[in-house]
Ligand binder design. Structure first.
Ligand SMILES: *Cc1c(COP(=O)(O)O)cnc(C)c1O
Length: 379
């Protein structure tokens, strides 16, 4: 294990503490931030928000992008715009960050957990199909869960650590079953599946710019869509549901204060300029890890799955012998290299214990074995 510690210290050229993932501000961040402050437009209106939305949409190849205050808010609005209500159900994966399920619960809807694939760590199209065929029927273009009699309105797959799940296959199944596809792409900015950017397969996609993500605005998120009406509605709902008018304040529904402040957007415009370089650095790092772990009998480095060109946001390994996982965590953390296990499964958290689940064998396997290792962009 000392070999791994030496290897990582050598990569980052330091013997000091190495965090899991540090942001890098090595571009125009200070310049744009200063400009934003000088302009006094620091809040939810300003040229950086507009600039960011335009540049982001172009980057991922979607028609519209609506900046939000964080990724959870982006998911919340994306689900509302998919017509999810408190009476509905939403299929997602148990192996995800808690925000995915929180957004579903904010509406009062219930999560249903379906297994992930071992190679992508994201929702398995095979498991999804099996769940639907076993438990559901389509009546009047609605997918009815025969057990609960509720409508399954949406499906939220997640692209774990920046590796794309089999999103086209998932989309085809959702289309056949009249389920709206909302992608949790919080971790996958820059990742494509069969050449198309993740987040753009579904009706709506959500990204996050939290401090630990591949680019950050401190806190922030964005909704993407190709549908002009949904884009307008997203902007309206995230800005207190105000009817556009030269001076009048008229709101015709309960809206949200979910807009990204211009200050954050100024940081983000600078970060977006550096995205390609960040991804290159992470992909180079992944090659180094691949080489390092190639003859390791107990530890597999997680490589990009077939058809995914991954951003390698967080680097991950699988410790095959469950009993040895904690030794790896213990040793690395003790020697100043921050590592951490993947999330606990959502269906095992108190809040989601009563949610319907379908055989989560792969999710369980990964939960017990996956560890994230040093992933910061090398400067
Ligand atoms: C980070 C993250 C989010 C939430 O983003 P915030 O900006 O922190 O609200 C949602 N889903 C996943 C999978 C994430 O990793």
């Amino acid at each position: 294990m000392q070999k791994l510690v030496d290897f990582i210290q050598n990569i980052y050229n330091t013997k000091e503490f190495i965090p899991l993932h540090e942001p890098r501000f090595i571009g125009n961040e200070k310049k744009y931030l200063n400009d934003c402050i000088d302009s006094t437009f620091v809040s939810s209106v300003g040229k950086y928000v507009d600039m960011f939305e335009e540049q982001f949409a172009e980057k991922v190849g979607s028609k519209y992008a609506i900046a939000t205050v964080n990724g959870t808010a982006a998911l919340h609005i994306a689900l509302l715009l998919s017509d999810v209500t408190a009476d509905d159900e939403v299929i997602t994966q148990p192996l995800t960050f808690v925000a995915t399920c929180n957004a579903i619960e904010y509406i009062g809807a219930k999560s249903i957990f379906v297994d992930v694939d071992l190679d992508t760590m994201g929702l398995s199209p095979q498991s999804l199909k099996e769940f639907l065929e076993k438990n559901c029927e389509v009546i009047d273009k609605k997918c009815i869960n025969k057990t609960t009699k509720k409508i399954i309105k949406a499906c939220v797959p997640m692209h774990t650590f920046g590796h794309s799940c089999k999103i086209q296959e998932i989309k085809d199944i959702c289309d056949a079953w009249h389920i709206a596809l909302v992608e949790d792409s919080a971790e996958s900015l820059g990742t494509t599946y069969k050449g198309k950017h993740t987040g753009t397969f579904g009706k709506l996609g959500a990204f996050s710019f939290n401090g630990n993500k591949i680019i950050t605005s401190g806190g922030g998120g964005v909704i993407v869509t190709d549908d002009e009406n949904l884009a307008k509605k997203a902007k309206y709902l995230t800005t207190t549901a105000k009817i556009p008018h030269k001076w009048e304040y008229v709101h015709d529904e309960i809206g949200y204060n979910y807009r990204m402040p211009n200050l954050n957007a100024s940081l983000l415009v600078a970060q977006l300029e550096q995205l390609d370089g960040f991804i290159k650095s992470k992909r180079d790092l992944a090659s180094k890890y691949t080489e390092f772990f190639k003859d390791d009998e107990n530890i597999d480095f997680v490589k990009e799955p077939k058809d995914s060109k991954s951003n390698y946001w967080l680097q991950a390994v699988i410790v095959k012998d469950v009993a040895k996982r904690d030794n790896v965590l213990e040793y690395t953390n003790k020697h100043g290299i921050m590592t951490r296990p993947i999330w606990k499964l959502m269906n095992e958290l108190d809040m989601f214990k009563d949610c319907q689940c379908e055989c989560l064998k792969n999710a369980k396997y990964l939960e017990q074995r996956v560890i994230n290792i040093s992933s910061s962009v090398i400067v």
